[in-house]
Ligand binder design. Structure first.
Ligand SMILES: Cc1cc2nc3c(=O)[nH]c(=O)nc-3n(C[C@H](O)[C@H](O)[C@H](O)COP(=O)(O)OP(=O)(O)OC[C@H]3O[C@@H](n4cnc5c(N)ncnc54)[C@H](O)[C@@H]3O)c2cc1C
Length: 553
């Protein structure tokens, strides 16, 4: 077959977790995409996170639930009774120095069932082996009629055109070079992103990179088995052991010198680093990866956008990598879909970087903070500081793993597509979700009296949640629909929602973040719509936020 020319509204490069979510988000909005993925169906080489297993935080699980993937991810993920503790030790043959408790999914669910004030998420976290998530998301891509999924195809080159992008892709088996012309391109091709390099977008790095090696192996040795209940075991000699989903299966990661190739005998390397004898039944894989704290200087050039690891890389110490990427993908996905469908304006596309890059910079700081805690632990232990003193210091740092507010509290303050509200926003908390409909933040999740999750009633596009009891939002929703905006009017008469949703009318975006709220329908609705749909260039710059208590004609 000769080389072909393809055209698409959106060309997605890379079908890791982030590319898969982006294509599925587009498809949810009825937008077709072409997705190319370099590795063929059965990848010969495991990726680094394949060896460790991924921690999908509760917010990612909520976003996957919208795509119909949460249930299947749980069914194939780590046992919900398994905790996700972080254990600190100094040699595997000695008792742990400190344990940061992280409850199991079961325990989290029980806890969440006792509250219904918007402070609990719809979904708790889930751990899942990387290859399993890969397989599930690839299956979803293969089955979706709106996704043209090409496995074993590599994006080799691209050029920006005034009205889109033209890319060259190489078909794996034949080496044929095809052309893809697309209105938009989403680079989801990971840390070494070819697209980012073609676009010459530099990375802003904080701190030097460090080469690491991850060895995955089977061992039923009791020395290790005592750590089987932990998610991460962090040893003072800079080794991290992950208990994988299957029994007696482990992944150990450690820094290695940049000029040293992969160890010929990885098990000897582990034993030498730990100065502990333990038996290894089988080595499952060895991979190298770069630890980096890097964020792209810009997320967009012309019609091309960077998403996920292509846009940011964090040390995998704090589980932010894939989670930041999944939220990027949803944010960009619905905005591209709105523009392609004709009701979204240019500010929507501009807002992607303005909303998501600060989150990456924030998460990079958190990763750096956790890295600093590990470095200090290693230094103190090397200096011979007593175990009880180390335990006391680590206890102070335990807040690091109790960080639900970090995952759920992202607020797009100052976004050009969020209606600005005068006054001070409610406080932000590290350890808990602050339930608020303050514009820019994720709306509070509440179970309705019958047990249905409010979030499950949201439409695919915007949802105007109407708590007025008089249906005052119906006319607004009709007016929005008249402009082509995809919107659902959702009248809710539920005391639990009423108690924490703070306003009679709340406009929720497709990503469950609040775009606008008020107690009256007597507002300049066209100005609101202009802004939240990304048409608010000149008109909404002139819009002055109303003062508290002031009503508009
Ligand atoms: C040891 C380790 C443990 C981790 N644990 C966690 C964790 O617990 N929680 C967490 O949130 N994050 C974790 N991460 C980070 C997480 O793995 C990444 O953030 C995540 O995989 C990023 O997803 P992505 O889809 O952006 O990129 P990737 O997963 O890297 O996927 C990119 C895809 O693009 C394909 N590709 C690349 N170039 C091309 C091209 N030119 N053409 C076509 N296809 C291409 C690749 O084959 C790949 O499938 C961990 C990382 C490491 C190294």
């Amino acid at each position: 077959m000769p080389a072909q020319a393809f055209s698409a509204s959106v060309f997605v490069v890379g079908a890791g977790p982030v590319g898969a979510v982006l294509a599925l988000e587009l498809a949810r909005h009825q937008v077709r995409s072409i997705v190319v993925e370099r590795s063929a169906a059965s990848a010969a080489h495991p990726k680094t996170d394949d060896l460790n297993g991924l921690y999908l935080n509760g917010r990612s699980m909520e976003l996957l639930r919208r795509l119909g993937l949460a249930r299947v991810v749980r069914a194939r993920g780590v046992d919900p009774a398994h905790r996700a503790d972080v254990v600190w030790n100094e040699g595997f043959d000695r008792p742990p120095i400190s344990v940061w408790r992280h409850p199991s999914v079961h325990e989290m669910r029980q806890r969440y069932a006792t509250v219904n004030d918007g402070s609990a998420p719809v979904e708790p976290y889930q751990r899942i082996p990387g290859p399993v998530l890969d397989e599930l998301s690839r299956d979803a891509l293969r089955r979706h009629p709106l996704v043209d999924f090409r496995e074993g195809w590599t994006c080799a080159d691209l050029r920006l055109e005034p009205d889109g992008v033209v890319a060259t892709v190489v078909e794996g088996e034949t080496n044929l070079r095809h052309t893809v012309e697309a209105t938009f391109l989403a680079a989801c091709d990971g840390a070494g992103s070819t697209v980012r390099q073609c676009l010459e977008i530099p990375l802003d790095e904080s701190g030097p990179r460090a080469q690491h090696c991850t060895v995955s192996f089977r061992s039923a040795d009791p020395v290790l088995r005592r750590y089987a209940d932990a998610f991460l075991t962090i040893d003072a000699r800079w080794l991290t052991l992950v208990a994988r989903a299957e029994p007696d299966t482990w992944a150990a990661s450690l820094p290695v010198p940049a000029d040293d190739p992969l160890a010929a005998d990885p098990v000897a390397l582990l034993r030498e680093r730990l100065r502990t004898e333990f038996s290894v039944d089988q080595v499952l894989g060895v991979v190298q990866w770069d630890g980096a704290l890097a964020v792209a200087s810009t997320y967009r050039k012309g019609a091309a956008f960077l998403v996920g690891d292509a846009a940011h890389q964090f040390y995998p110490v704090s589980g932010h990598g894939v989670n930041t990427g999944v939220a990027d993908a949803v944010d960009l996905g619905w905005k591209l879909a709105a523009v392609i469908s004709g009701w979204g304006g240019p500010e929507l596309l501009r807002s992607y970087e303005l909303e998501r890059r600060p989150v990456a910079l924030f998460n990079r700081e958190l990763s750096a903070g956790l890295l600093a805690i590990r470095a200090r632990f290693a230094r103190l232990a090397a200096a011979g500081v007593s175990r009880e003193c180390l335990a006391g210091v680590l206890e102070q740092d335990g807040y690091q793993s109790d960080n639900i507010g970090v995952h759920f509290g992202q607020r797009y303050a100052g976004s050009p597509v969020v209606w600005p509200e005068p006054g001070d926003p409610p406080g932000w908390a590290w350890r808990r979700i602050v339930p608020t409909t303050w514009p820019g933040g994720r709306a509070p999740a509440v179970r309705l009296a019958g047990g249905t999750e409010l979030f499950d009633l949201f439409g695919v596009g915007f949802t105007l949640v109407d708590l007025s009891g008089r249906g005052i939002g119906a006319a607004l929703a009709r007016a929005a629909a008249g402009r082509g905006v995809r919107i659902t009017h959702l009248a809710v008469n539920d005391p639990a929602v009423r108690a924490c949703w703070e306003r009679d009318l709340v406009l929720v975006r497709p990503d469950q973040h609040v775009a606008w709220r008020d107690d009256t329908a007597a507002v300049d609705w066209n100005a609101v719509l202009d802004r939240v749909t990304g048409h608010g260039t000149t008109r909404t710059r002139d819009v002055q936020p109303r003062l508290a208590g002031q009503t508009q004609a």
